[in-house]
Design a protein around this ligand. Structure first.
Ligand code: FES
Length: 362
């Protein structure tokens, strides 16, 4: 898996690390080969395939600092686009202990997903974070497991199915997956082959925009639940997908008093610190031409107070969907307290607080 350096090279690298502080040896090793970095994690793409016209599936060989993930977790993947580092969260979809594989669906408005879908090649190198997230299966495994996913939400759930099959899970597993039509189903052949091999696994394909080619049709209903897994009330259910699917399933489980048996990726807000009293300077949103006094609140709120509607998701620094390029000035990361003053860097608006004058490309 990870690149192993000969002992002599490792000791030279440690010596260099000491001599090259504060930048550390990684910055220099990266110029030779990004996979040689010691502290940060990099991944080199070793295989690429495109299952549908708007997705890309790629396997990654991680550098030596990588530690394995738990099925269902996500990883922050960083790419550099036009000189700006951009980070997004993706869930590996291989089994625990197996290949590190990602599938990314290009969002027509998503800069990073489109970049990955269009440009990923064998040999591409990305930055990776440690795996993160609590959306994982318990140990010991429940006897009855219902997995529900929609669209590209298949990835963490697929990692769970692959892990359970690899472990030889003895109980019952139903995987209910929603896609628009039969031609949008990711991993169809592999899922059907897994179900054929594993007696306890049943894969149920639901198509929301087609009346043909699936086991179920239309959007989620309680009848779908009963048809896919009649025992769902006794199961532990794991859910990942677009918001309307998540909302419908949550409502149904709440109505039946089963919310405790439904598991989704729940993000917990970290403690954020703001000091509105000490705020000074002006905030300029360059593309829209809006400007305001710095109120000391996070830039997402300041943008909204100025009448803008920036894209956002979690509002707590996890999903990276609120990222924008800061073209000038300094900001404080409200989670870490770190102050950053680089020009043309990508920041998360929801957790970035201006320190004096700041300009954002929004
Ligand atoms: S990181 Fe999710 S909205 Fe900012």
């Amino acid at each position: 898996m990870a690149t192993l350096l000969p002992r002599r090279v490792r000791s030279l690298a440690s010596l260099a690390e000491a001599l090259l502080t504060p930048h550390g040896v990684d910055r220099y090793l990266e110029l030779v080969d990004p996979m040689l970095v010691r502290r940060e994690i990099r991944g080199r793409v070793t295989a690429v395939r495109r299952q549908t016209p708007d997705t890309v599936t790629f396997s990654v060989r991680p550098s030596r600092a990588w530690r394995d993930f738990t099925a269902g977790q996500y990883v922050r993947l960083t790419v550099e686009i036009d000189g700006v580092r951009r980070t997004r969260c993706y869930s590996p979809c291989g089994p625990q202990g197996g290949d590190l594989e990602f599938t990314v669906k290009a969002d027509p408005h998503g800069l990073v997903s489109r970049y990955l879908q269009e440009t990923t090649r064998v040999g591409s190198v990305f930055g990776l974070s440690e795996p993160d997230g609590e959306f994982t299966l318990p140990t010991p495994r429940p006897e009855k497991i219902l997995l529900v996913s929609g669209g590209s939400g298949v990835t963490p759930v697929l990692a769970m199915v692959r892990t359970l099959v690899a472990e030889g899970h003895q109980g019952e597993i139903v995987f209910l997956h929603y896609s628009n039509t039969a031609s949008d189903v990711l991993y169809r052949e592999e899922l059907d082959a897994l179900a054929a091999q594993h007696p306890g696994l049943r894969v149920v394909h639901a198509h929301t925009h087609s009346r043909r080619g699936g086991d179920l049709h239309g959007f989620f209903t309680k009848e779908h639940l009963a048809a896919a897994a009649p025992w769902y009330r006794d199961a532990e259910t794991y859910l990942c997908g677009p918001k309307p699917l998540m909302d419908s399933v949550r409502e149904q489980f709440a109505a039946e008093g089963l919310s405790e048996r439904l598991h989704t990726e729940e993000f917990t807000a970290p403690p954020l610190t703001f000091d509105a009293e000490a705020a000074e300077g002006r905030v300029r949103f360059a593309r829209s031409g809006r400007e305001c006094d710095n109120s000391g609140k996070p830039l997402l709120e300041q943008a909204e107070d100025a009448g803008l509607t920036p894209e956002h998701g979690c509002r707590m620094g996890i999903c990276f969907s609120c990222t924008q390029v800061k073209t000038a000035g300094r900001v404080r990361n409200a989670r870490t307290g770190e102050i950053s003053g680089e020009e043309n860097e990508e920041i998360q608006l929801c957790i970035s607080v201006p320190v004096g004058d700041v300009e954002i490309h929004a």
